[in-house]
Write a protein that binds this ligand. Structure first.
Ligand code: PHE
Length: 338
């Protein structure tokens, strides 16, 4: 018995395995129920009583050694597996997360891009304005409801300070400072005193445009807007102009585009009309030209204005415009970074 134990002890000291399968075979060979060490335990009852203490000790040591050796080898293989994973040079690189552009910025840039191809340049102006630039110069009658506190944010205790409700105020500034021809667009943030809901916010973004020169007609306006609509929504897009009213344009119109979801056939998105409204436009009212020092007998021009949120909603079908200002990463990261 002792000899057998010694022999196995030597085997175990020299034991090696080149992979986990071999190691498992060794474990079965020595330590499983029918393994060699377990069989020795079965034979233990035949050991004479006077030797039992010594042999029992040797047998226990043998079993512990075998178990330790197998654990050691197993750990070795486990660590080997981890390091080969870490050092695998053919593994694909960790993706570096790029930031994404805000959808409003994406659409604003696209609008600017389209108009710049038609020769429009970009101008900017202040968000904090006075009555003259936002209303009076634009032919708003003194009692016009847009001047009401309900629509416009006034600065308390400062009599003639307000937040612009449209970027037409920048048109006024440009017309005051420059001689025609003027061909410009005016992207910017505007403020209106609206209850916040899925379809209205107290601030939003506009791009307005202005073209003033000799002999500018409504046909020029229509052609520019048709080009714009086709560039932004696809070549098959059609436009429709409906008569409307703005104090600063005469005649005035609202422009619809053919619904790009159903192609004009009618669907829930366009409320079964085949058309969706995207902007307001018209020929600049002679009163506006006059108040900005431009002679309406010599010059004429057109203007248009659109809400960037509205266009973004249409393009990406975002139902709730509050999402644009909530900074929810799950929403924002869906948009392209270029
Ligand atoms: N200023 C208008 C608005 O904010 C838009 C507009 C601009 C309409 C120019 C006609 C011409 O609603």
């Amino acid at each position: 018995m002792k000899e057998r134990i010694n022999h196995l002890q030597k085997e175990i000291d020299l034991m090696t395995a080149s992979n986990l399968d071999e190691l498992e075979a060794l474990r079965i060979k020595y330590l499983s129920k029918k393994g060699e060490i377990s069989l020795l335990f079965n034979d233990f009852r035949n050991v004479p009583n006077e030797d039992k203490k010594e042999v029992g000790q040797l047998l226990n040591d043998l079993k512990n050694n075998a178990q330790n050796k197998i654990n050691e080898l197993k750990e070795h293989f486990d660590s080997l597996q981890n390091t080969t994973q870490e050092n695998d040079l053919t593994r694909t690189a960790e993706p570096i997360k790029l930031g994404t552009r805000h959808p409003i910025s994406l659409v604003r840039e696209e609008i600017i891009d389209i108009f710049s191809r038609m020769g429009f340049t970009v101008a900017d102006g202040p968000e904090i304005e006075d009555d003259w630039h936002v209303f009076s110069a634009l032919n708003f009658a003194p009692e016009h409801p847009a001047r009401d506190m309900q629509d416009t944010f006034f600065i308390e205790r400062l009599p003639d300070v307000l937040l612009r409700t449209h970027t037409s105020s920048v048109q006024v500034r440009v017309m005051n400072e420059q001689k025609p021809p003027i061909r410009m667009i005016f992207p910017g943030r505007v403020y209106r005193n609206e209850a916040i809901s899925y379809r209205a916010h107290c601030f939003f973004h506009q791009v307005e445009g202005l073209y003033i020169d000799k002999d500018i007609s409504f046909a020029d306006l229509k052609q520019a807007l048709l080009y714009f609509a086709k560039e932004l929504f696809g070549a098959e897009t059609q436009i429709r102009l409906r008569p409307s009213y703005f104090p600063f344009t005469e005649p005035s119109a609202e422009m619809d585009i053919s619904c790009f979801l159903c192609g004009g056939e009618g669907c829930p998105f366009c409320k079964h009309t085949g058309w969706v409204e995207i902007l307001g436009c018209g020929m600049v009212d002679p009163n506006v030209l006059r108040s900005c020092g431009i002679d309406p007998e010599v010059y004429s021009g057109y203007a248009f204005g659109m809400g960037v949120e509205r266009i973004t909603n249409l393009k990406f079908q975002v139902k709730d415009l509050r999402m644009f200002s909530e900074n929810d990463v799950k929403f924002l990261e869906q948009f392209e970074s270029v």
